[in-house]
Each structure stands twice: as C-alpha cells, then as structure tokens.
Design a protein around this ligand. Structure first.
Ligand code: ZN
Length: 304
C-alpha cells in the first residue's frame, strides 16, 4: 500500500511560536520530525527526530512539541516544509547551528537545500503571515532576526507598498549574505542591477560578500563607497574595518575603527582588542601575523 510512504504534516500555533510535525508510518512504528519555530525571528526553538514510535510515544512527542496549548491540525506537506525552510534560513541568519541530522538532510524534510534555495523572504507579518516588506526583511536579517516589537506587513500597517521585483531581489541577496551564502548574494545582486537597481545601492552587499569570500582588497573598494553613501550605517563600517585589516591596510583600519567606536561606544571593548592587534602589527617589522590579525578582525566583525 502506498500509505506506508505518505507523510502527514501538522501545524499548531500558540503565542509567538508554532509547532510543525511531519510523520510517516513505517513497519517499525511512526517516524516523526517535529519542530518548534519562533514565529518572528530566530528560527527553531527545537528540532527533533524520532524513529519507530508507538502511538503513545507519538502523542507524547506531539504534546511536548505543541505544549498542549493548541491542537495540531493537518496542513499540506508543502506548507509545512515551506515553514521549515524559512526557519532554517532564519536559524542560519541568527548564527545558530542546526542539528547535524537536519544539516545532512532527512527523508521527511525532503530536499532542504532546494527548498531553502527557492525561499526569497524569511520573515512574516505577525498578524497575517504574509511576507514583510523587502526593506524590513533586510533590517531584520541584519539584526540576526531580533525585532524589538512584532512587525507587520505593509497591508496590515495600512501602507501602500510598491512590491517591485527589484526590491525583492535586493532583500533576497541580503538574506543570502547573512545566511552565509556570499556567492549566491553576488548572483542576486547582478540580477537586481539588471533590473535597474542603482549599483551604488549594491556596494555594501557586494563588499560584504567579497569579504566573506576572502577577497578583502576588492571588498574594501565596495565598502568604502558604501560608507561614504551611508556614514551612519555602523554595520557596513564594521565590515570596512574588517576588510581593511584583512587587506593589510593597517593605518586606515585603525582610523576607521576609531571613527566607528566614537560613533558607537558600546563597541569599545571589542574595538580595543582589535586596535591593540593593529598597533602590534604596525610595530612589527614584518607587518605582524596575518592570521592573528584576521582572527582579531573577524571577532570584532562578529560583535559589531
Ligand atoms: Zn500582515
């Protein structure tokens, strides 16, 4: 019977979280993948897999997953997988590790890579579950998915929005960058430019992608222009500090670092560590240890 291979998907919502379960009957019992997802933001609270459960075990797991606060209702498998795919991206953008079995892919999840590849918006409206506007996707991703308040889509806020294809592409490129896929970012940036997005608006993206691809000299050019365009953007200035350091432009790196810390004193502690590494390297006859400098730059970049 084909029923053996059928995957049943269920969904429960309670407060700020949702629970998704995928189940399949096998000869040994029921195989279950279940997930608790933060509805706004940071991906999974928990992601579990269990094999060959009996009925009681399955009910217990479901109860644990949905917290007993909401019933799990059956939904189309594609809908459940879409929710899981978004959560995977949000999880990665938040800098959190997926369990190994999920990274490797799991039969019940399907082709996770293909699934996440096709997702061009990660964050949904708290009220209606439609995607947030492209600019909000970018802003939220740059805060690693942490919003100060529940965010609403333009429709729910009563704004008129021009949801242009090009804006969606720019947001998609940012989401990919922050999920750790710089090559995909560059491809999407090129597609956005082909749709007449001003290339100056893509400098920050391209510079940050080049930096991730260990191409700090090229990154520096893009990031310098981006900082000139948006001097108050601390995130981009921090990438510039990182790129200058990795490219060996130690004096410029020190100067940009001082500028950034004066604008954002909260970074002073992390900034001091990098400033010390830069000063040591400038004193050393051979220009210092490049690996140590890069480590100092990366740890500063991660904090900024
Ligand atoms: Zn909405």
């Amino acid at each position: 019977m084909s029923e053996r291979n059928e995957i049943e998907a269920r969904l429960a919502r309670a407060g700020g979280t949702e629970a998704v379960t995928l189940e399949r009957r096998s000869a040994a019992g029921v195989d279950v993948v279940s997930a608790v997802i933060e509805r706004q933001g940071r991906g999974f609270r928990g992601l579990y897999v269990a094999h060959g459960l009996d009925r009681a075990g399955r009910d217990e797991l479901r109860e644990a997953v949905s917290g007993g606060r909401a019933d799990l209702i059956e939904v189309p498998l594609s809908d459940a997988r879409q929710r899981l795919g978004r959560a995977v991206l949000a999880h990665r953008i938040a800098g959190r590790q997926l369990p190994e079995w999920a990274q490797a892919g799991h039969e019940l999840l399907g082709d996770l890579r293909a699934l996440t590849d096709a997702i061009d918006d990660v964050y949904l409206c708290a009220a209606c579950e439609r995607p947030l506007a492209p600019a909000a996707q970018i802003a939220l991703a740059r805060q690693a998915g942490q919003a100060a308040e529940a965010l609403a889509c333009p429709g729910c806020r009563g704004d008129l929005e021009e949801d242009r294809e090009a804006e969606r592409l720019v947001a998609w490129a940012w989401l990919r960058l922050l999920a750790g896929e710089p090559r995909k970012t560059l491809v999407l940036a090129a597609r956005a430019e082909a749709l007449r997005v001003d290339s100056a608006r893509l400098d920050a993206l391209r510079g940050a992608a080049m930096l991730k691809l260990q191409n700090p000299v090229q990154a520096t050019g893009y990031l310098r222009r981006a900082v000139e365009r948006e001097p108050a953007d601390h995130w981009v200035r921090a990438r510039l500090v990182e790129a200058l350091t990795c490219a060996g432009y130690l004096a410029s790196a020190g100067a940009e670092l001082a500028r950034l810390v004066s604008r954002r004193p909260a970074l002073a502690n992390h900034g001091n560590a990098l400033a010390a590494a830069l000063a040591d390297a400038r004193r050393a006859a051979d220009g210092g240890d490049p690996l140590r400098l890069r480590a100092a730059a990366e740890s500063f970049g991660a904090a900024a």
